[in-house]
Design a protein around this ligand. Structure first.
Ligand code: HEM
Length: 219
C-alpha cells in the first residue's frame, strides 16, 4: 500500500515535472527542413480543430531596443487563400506580412493600412521567401519568409515600436478563404478577411545563434 502510494506520488511529481518542462518548451519547433528553431503558436480558425500555425525565429542574441530580422513560418489549411500577420498586433499602423501559396511555391507581401480598408503595399519593410521552408500538400501549405523591418517600425506619428526579443509580443492575424486575384504577384489585390484574432507570441524561445547562416542556406 505504502509502495503504491509512493509510486503514485512519484508519478504525480514526475508528471508535474514533465508538464513544467513542456510548458517551457512545448511551443518550440525544430524544423528539419530549414534548421531553424521556431517558437510556435497554433491559432484556431474553426471550432473543428482546424488551426493556422505561426512560427517565429529571430537572431540570438538580439540586442534590446534595436531592429532585428525575423523569420516567420506560416502553416495553413489549403482552404486559406491568404494569411496575414500584423507585427504590431492590430490592422492599422504596423507592417502586415501576408503569405499565400502559389502552386508549389509561396508569395509574401508587406502591406500597411491606416484604416480598416484594403492595406497598401508597404516598402518600409521587406520580406523574402525562404524556398526550403516553403511547400504544400493536399491539406496544408507552408510559407517561410524573412522580414527586415517587421520587429521595429513606426506606428503613428514618430512613435517607434520595437518587439521585445526576450519576452512575448502581441501579434494579430487575419485570413481569407479567397486567394489573391493575381497569385503570382506580391502586389496582388486581396479580399477582406473572413477571420482575425490576436495572440501573445513568445520571442524569448525564438532565438537562433546561427540565424544569418540559416537564412543564407534557405534562400
Ligand atoms: C482588403 C483587405 C482588408 C480589408 C478590406 C480589411 C477590413 C477590415 C475591417 C472593416 C475591419 C473591422 C472589422 C470589425 O471591426 O469587425 C478589420 C479588422 C481587422 N483587420 Fe482587416 N482588412 C483587410 C486586410 C487585413 C490584413 C491583411 C490584416 C493582417 C493581419 C488585417 C488584420 C485585421 C485585424 C487584426 C483586425 C481587427 C481590428 C484591429 O486590430 O485593427 N486586415 N479589417
Amino acid at each position: 500500500m505504502r509502495w503504491n502510494l509512493s509510486l503514485t506520488c512519484a508519478a504525480a511529481l514526475f508528471g508535474f515535472g514533465l508538464f513544467a518542462v513542456s510548458e517551457a518548451s512545448a511551443d518550440v519547433f525544430r524544423d528539419p527542413d530549414t534548421g531553424f528553431s521556431f517558437s510556435q503558436k497554433d491559432v484556431a480558425i474553426t471550432t473543428n480543430n482546424e488551426f493556422i500555425t505561426f512560427r517565429v525565429a529571430i537572431p540570438s542574441p538580439a540586442p534590446a531596443g534595436q531592429p532585428y530580422d525575423a523569420v516567420i513560418q506560416v502553416v495553413a489549411p489549403v482552404a486559406a487563400g491568404w494569411v496575414g500577420v500584423a507585427w504590431g498586433g492590430s490592422m492599422t499602423n504596423n507592417p502586415l506580412l501576408i503569405s499565400w501559396a502559389n502552386g508549389a511555391s509561396g508569395v509574401v507581401s508587406i502591406r500597411r493600412a491606416t484604416a480598416h480598408t484594403a492595406p497598401a503595399v508597404y516598402t518600409g519593410a521587406s520580406a523574402q521567401v525562404l524556398s526550403k521552408g516553403t511547400k504544400s500538400n493536399g491539406t496544408h501549405w507552408q510559407v517561410t519568409s524573412k522580414c527586415t523591418g517587421c520587429t521595429q517600425f513606426t506606428t503613428t506619428g514618430t512613435t517607434t515600436k520595437t518587439l521585445n526579443p526576450a519576452g512575448s509580443n502581441r501579434l494579430a492575424f487575419a485570413y481569407s478563404k479567397t486567394k489573391p486575384s493575381q497569385p503570382g504577384s506580391n502586389s496582388s489585390p486581396i479580399n477582406v478577411h473572413d477571420l482575425f484574432n490576436y495572440w501573445e507570441h513568445d520571442f524569448a524561445s525564438a532565438g537562433n545563434p546561427e540565424f544569418q547562416d540559416l537564412v543564407d542556406r534557405n534562400l
